[in-house]
Design a protein around this ligand. Structure first.
Ligand SMILES: [Ca+2]
Ligand SMILES: [Ca+2]
Length: 481
């Protein structure tokens, strides 16, 4: 009978123990899409980080659960989240007893994030709740009271091609904290996607704040199936003629002219169709894009066949071996109707040959998430000057994913892309360097070292590349005088 006594002792302690502060029961009800719903409850503390008191993660629809908390007098707030970005779909939280600021039940109306501030006991609370406070913004945070400069909107861009005025949409985020002359990263959404959705799942705005760069999310046009896309010439889009390279270059010119950006640090990444488009940029706009990082992307066979870039560029591909949309092994006979495309290893070999790069070897990354069904292996190609670089993140067991957002969780594709961009050298040099004899009138207009860095025209003791006024380039070695 001893165990019964012990049990009785413990049950009575829990049941009858007095809360010496205010006992508050928080009731949480999920509705549809209950697993998207979550919250964290914080106590706001003067001069230090908010203290996490309790949290909730929904698991299923139409459930109700309660948490009984013992709250000392003070200022509190809920940080509400919805993983899909459409609010809580009718889910809500309420408290008993009613509290100052928390008299009615609370729901997240829309979006990914929101706050509810309330207080327990006497006194005044002026808790700072940072976020975008403009209701019309794409990333409006319900309940935020301190604008942190993060608001973004769809913006309209007009440009002219052959005297025709075209209009396109994009989202641009330039963190207030970014240094002058900061880099610019273009992020291209996938087929049927949007600038807004890839902005949310890639997390690039937060990286831009952390590392000091600007981000532009162009919006594709709509094809005859009603789906947004960037034009890389898929078979089933034979009727489409939008020139997205021209659009991207015009948008880049506009942004360079209107913001404090470094025009030699322009990068591109994208998901799926957006990744395919990155390869088109590598082939057709290598003088502007210093590096591209396609995720789950491929190069169309006819783009590869016609790929004669002005200069080398740095390329990083992140690709799952079990990708069931963009096959790791390619679709050389066009079984799926997108058009023929080579395998990812063939794609890497193509650019390694084109840029005359050697294979530096392959190695595994730590399998930090053993539950995601995949592991990452990295292969690098480069030359003796480490410029340019070609890198493959092969996600063994990975699908058509943006690692870090869904699928593989060992890596964060956005962070990997940024770190790759940041580490690349400027490759804006003509790709085919032929010996050239200057004509009598031609003069040397620019001189670079073999790493692609501008160098003095009289640099001695090294091999340099000169660009001449007749458009030709030549390698020159000047002995030390
Ligand atoms: Ca939702
Ligand atoms: Ca893993």
């Amino acid at each position: 009978m001893k165990w019964l006594h012990v049990l009785f002792c413990c049950v009575s302690l829990q049941t009858f123990a007095q809360c010496e502060f205010t006992e508050v029961s928080i009731e949480t009800s999920t509705a549809q899409w209950g697993d998207e719903m979550s919250w964290e409850l914080f106590q706001a503390l003067d001069g230090s980080e908010p203290l996490l008191i309790a949290s909730f993660q929904g698991e299923s629809n139409w459930t109700t659960s309660s948490q009984v908390l013992c709250l000392e007098d003070g200022c509190y707030f809920f940080a509400a989240s919805d993983s899909w970005g459409d609010g809580w779909n009718g889910g809500e939280i309420s408290s008993s007893p009613l509290l100052e600021g928390f008299l009615d039940s609370f729901t997240l109306d829309d979006g990914y994030a929101g706050y509810l501030a309330f207080q327990v006991g006497e006194g005044a609370c002026d808790t700072s709740l940072p976020g975008c406070t403009e209701p019309g913004a794409l990333n409006f945070v319900q309940g935020a009271n301190t604008d942190d400069g993060s608001c973004v909107f769809f913006e309209t861009f007009e440009y002219t091609v052959n005297s025709e005025v075209l209009e396109r949409q994009y989202i641009y985020y330039h963190p207030e904290s970014a240094p002058a002359e900061c880099p610019l990263v273009f992020v291209f959404h996938g087929y049927t996607g949007s600038a807004d959705d890839i902005m949310q799942y890639s997390g690039f705005n937060a990286l831009a704040e952390e590392f000091g760069f600007a981000v532009c999310y162009p919006q594709g046009t709509t094809d005859s199936f009603g789906n947004a896309f960037f034009n890389v010439g898929y078979d089933f889009q034979f009727n489409e003629n939008v020139d997205d390279v021209a659009f991207t270059l015009a948008l880049n010119d506009y942004l360079q002219a209107n913001y404090a950006l470094d025009e030699t640090a322009v990068y591109g990444t994208g998901m799926s169709n957006g990744g395919d488009f990155c390869y088109l940029l590598a082939c057709q706009a290598s003088d502007v894009f210093q590096a591209v990082a396609p995720v789950a992307g491929m190069i169309m066979q006819d783009i590869m066949d016609a790929c004669t870039p002005y200069s080398t560029t740095n390329i990083l591909e992140i690709h799952g071996t079990e990708d069931d949309v963009t096959y790791y092994d390619g679709d050389p006979t066009n079984q799926d109707g997108w058009g023929a495309y080579p395998s990812i290893p063939e794609t890497m070999d193509f650019f390694a040959d084109l840029f005359q790069l050697g294979n530096l070897g392959t190695g595994p990354l730590p399998n930090t998430d053993a539950t995601d069904g995949s592991e990452v292996e990295v292969t690098n190609w480069s030359n003796i000057s480490a410029c340019p670089r070609l890198t493959l993140y092969k996600v063994d067991g990975g699908g058509h994913d943006w690692p870090g957002a869904w699928g593989n969780m060992d890596i964060d594709a956005s962070l990997v892309a940024w770190e790759f961009f940041e580490s690349t050298c400027n490759t804006n040099l003509p790709l085919s360097i032929e010996p050239a004899l200057p004509s009598a009138e031609s003069i040397v207009q620019g001189t670079w070292d073999m790493l692609g860095r501008p160098c003095p025209a009289n640099a001695a003791g090294q091999l340099v590349i000169e660009r001449l006024s007749n458009g030709q380039v030549r390698k020159v070695f000047r002995a030390v005088e």
